[in-house]
Design a protein around this ligand. Structure first.
Ligand code: UDP
Length: 159
């Protein structure tokens, strides 16, 4: 017997293409990796992020020496912010993105394939389910997240 998970019960995560990823025209390739893995896009927008929202987003790093330069970098151009949904999407996304320092990220990960320095690592992915919920609420209003039926979801979310 098969049990199907309704999409509202599935995990969601926040993925952002950072300003270097947008400038280097990597948005399409990054989206493609999440699509081909079998995750579902439920929200997407391009924004010029303010220091206010970035300070909240990176609040836990407030005392780090790189905090101000991180805000300057992240507000230097548009970012593409997305919410992806699917089974185990938080942990799977972190693996797909690779370590914070691209020098340690294996080939085949986004950071390992597209970046070289920790301060320009092209993409953000939430690091926990709790973090994902907070970040999604910070960047999106509920009405901007779409609960839609994906025609192949019996092949990607069945348990
Ligand atoms: N960062 C940096 N220098 C460092 C460590 C981190 O510029 O030494 C930046 C980098 O862009 C990283 C972000 O700060 O992605 C957030 O750091 P975190 O430790 O949360 O890593 P992540 O969750 O992005 O892998």
């Amino acid at each position: 017997m098969y049990v199907f998970i309704f999409s509202s019960e599935l995990e969601r995560t926040l993925i952002a293409v950072k300003p270097d990823g947008v400038q280097r025209r990597l948005v399409g390739q990054i989206i493609q990796r999440f699509e081909q893995r079998g995750f579902k896009l439920v929200g997407l927008k391009m924004v010029q992020a303010s220091h206010g929202i970035l300070s909240e987003h990176y609040g836990e790093l407030r005392t780090k020496p790189f905090f101000q330069s991180l805000l300057t970098y992240m507000s230097s151009g548009p970012v593409v912010v997305m919410v992806w949904e699917g089974h185990n999407v938080v942990q799977a996304s972190r693996k797909m993105v690779g370590q914070t320092n691209p020098a340690e990220a294996p080939a085949g990960t986004i950071r390992g394939d597209f970046s070289v320095h920790v301060s320009r690592n092209v993409v953000h992915a939430s690091d926990s389910q709790e973090g994902a919920q907070k970040e999604i609420q910070l960047w999106f209003q509920g009405k901007d997240l779409l609960d839609w039926d994906c025609c192949d979801q019996i092949y990607t979310i069945e348990v």
